[in-house]
Ligand binder design. Structure first.
Ligand SMILES: Cc1cc2nc3c(=O)[nH]c(=O)nc-3n(C[C@H](O)[C@H](O)[C@H](O)COP(=O)(O)OP(=O)(O)OC[C@H]3O[C@@H](n4cnc5c(N)ncnc54)[C@H](O)[C@@H]3O)c2cc1C
Length: 482
């Protein structure tokens, strides 16, 4: 299976275009639901491009032969080629260019932090808004969904080899799809009641509509992939039984354990982890395990602690649940925040208050143990830490209280520590991340590969996909050789 690294390929011919005229052309962005309307529903915030406008925006691409946008994309989508088709009216052909290198263009168009990947490297963006690469990618795939034109899947002779994929998130999806297309028999094991990983159990519907996830699993099923949900490896099926039955295993269990604050009162019932809060706010009961069927209620005052994409999803979900007073507490300033700028802007527009340079000290509780608020202290920025960002340091005697009925903790995710009990012989690092070869994603165990957040730590959909691609290539080579 060829890898898609553009450096390994000859530079493609690009059409000759009038670059000067294109650089002077006006930019376009799709419309959005206005903030007052959108906080009363869970629908996607950004509307799709109108087809004519999408063609005009795609025609801003100057067709650079070096295509820095393509190089900056972790799966190396051939963006200029897709946009040439798009500007010439072949919307489905454009979607298929994205599908050549990505199993999840519907998701990446909506979720990637384009400002630091493709759009951040767009040459047009040096003196103007970059080409709206993510929004155009979403347009092409949605247009194709509505009008047809997906490539016909060629039937492949079964190889007789069977691969177990643990986890149905982006990494598992990429491995399963690529190997199924090569004729290998794939079974995905998924602990949650439905498939999709964080795409379903984390990212809210106003950022990513759930039907696009269902469509992906229908496609996988059509390729012969079997998905066994509500099946946790290590609990519902034993590791030794699994490795005895399958010729190779891919471990894509993600990083799903929420980091705790470690402050007094954190065990109060209205203090929730981000995932516990998001899935109960966003999903139907059928998609949730029985233990999560208790309704969240309608808290009026919600405080969310954190500063990344997950915390933005939490504050915005809280507004949609009807909370009138939603505050984000972050220990640094906006300049050090790492999530997508667009999502932060959406949260601001939706009326979320931001308490920068503040860190939680204790959960305040009433007589019955109910949450009454969060005690915080002011911080100031000191010298840079090992992430290169300035370290927050407490300001003496600066405590203050924020009233709250519910507190959501969104300060990061780690890999499940218990995985070490499931497979003690698998080498992991001191943060419980699985150690895998960076090229092949092979673990220390023969025939066992791993990738996505369980190797990288909490990261991105597109990096999990890219890992899935490398792992699928290596697993295929392993199966052919064995
Ligand atoms: C709230 C939230 C918002 C995010 N927003 C964005 C965003 O806007 N853009 C972006 O690019 N990234 C975002 N991310 C990060 C992104 O979703 C992840 O990086 C990506 O999903 C990782 O994919 P993965 O396949 O490695 O793992 P996951 O998606 O975590 O999937 C792992 C799957 O393995 C299953 N599993 C775990 N243990 C077992 C077991 N023992 N047996 C069987 N199954 C098991 C889990 O149930 C899960 O379904 C967000 C993450 C969160 C939590």
């Amino acid at each position: 299976m060829p890898e898609t690294t553009p450096e390994k390929q000859a530079k493609p011919e690009r059409p000759a275009v009038d670059r000067k005229a294109r650089l002077a052309a006006p930019s376009h962005r799709p419309s959005k639901q206005d903030p007052a309307t959108r906080i009363a529903n869970w629908d996607e915030v950004t509307n799709l491009f109108d087809p004519g406008i999408a063609m005009q925006e795609a025609a801003r691409c100057i067709q650079c032969p070096a295509a820095p946008c393509q190089k900056a994309c972790p799966v190396h989508n051939d963006i200029p080629r897709a946009f040439w088709l798009l500007e010439n009216g072949d919307f489905s052909g454009a979607a298929n260019v994205f599908r050549e290198t990505s199993e999840l263009p519907e998701m990446c168009g909506r979720l990637c932090p384009q400002e630091r990947l493709c759009e951040g490297h767009c040459v047009v963006g040096k003196n103007a808004l970059p080409v709206a690469i993510g929004k155009l990618e979403t347009f092409t795939t949605e247009w194709q969904e509505a009008h047809g034109g997906q490539p016909v899947v060629a039937s492949v002779a079964p190889t007789g080899k069977r691969v177990a994929v643990i986890g149905s998130g982006p990494a598992g999806i990429a491995v399963a799809e690529r190997l199924a297309r090569l004729g290998h028999g794939i079974v995905i094991f998924e602990a949650w009641p439905s498939a999709g990983g964080v795409l379903r159990y984390g990212i809210p519907t106003f950022k990513l509509n759930k039907p696009s996830i269902d469509r992906k699993f229908a496609e996988l099923e059509a390729l012969g992939v079997e998905v066994r949900t509500s099946t946790r490896v290590g609990e519902d099926i034993d590791w030794d039984a699994l490795t005895a039955e399958y010729d190779a295993v891919f471990v894509g269990i993600g990083a799903q354990t929420g980091t705790r604050l470690g402050i007094p009162g954190e065990d109060a019932p209205q203090v929730l982890t981000a995932t516990n809060f998001l899935v109960r706010a966003n999903l139907e009961l059928d998609d949730l395990p029985d233990t999560m069927h208790t309704p969240l209620g309608s808290p009026a005052r919600v405080v969310v602690v954190g500063g990344g994409d997950t915390s933005m999803d939490c504050v915005r979900s809280a507004r949609r649940l009807g909370a009138s007073d939603v505050t984000l507490v972050y220990r640094r300033t906006e300049a050090e925040m790492q999530g997508r700028i667009e999502e932060r802007k959406h949260a601001q527009e939706e009326g979320v208050q931001f308490e920068y340079l503040a860190a939680p000290l204790a959960v305040l509780q009433g007589d019955a143990g109910e949450v009454r608020g969060l005690r915080c202290q002011r911080m100031e920025l000191g010298p840079p830490d090992d992430t290169g960002r300035r370290r927050p340091e407490p300001v003496p005697d600066s405590e203050f209280d924020l009233p709250a009925d519910m507190i959501v903790v969104a300060i990061g995710y780690g890999v499940d520590e218990d995985w070490g009990e499931v497979v003690p012989e698998m080498v992991r690092d001191r943060w419980a991340r699985i150690v895998a070869d960076p090229d092949s994603l092979a673990t220390n165990l023969p025939g066992v590969f791993a990738g996505g957040d369980d190797v990288n730590g909490a990261d991105l959909v597109v990096t999990a996909l890219a890992d899935g691609h490398r792992a699928a290539t290596a697993i295929h080579d392993y199966l052919v050789a064995s």
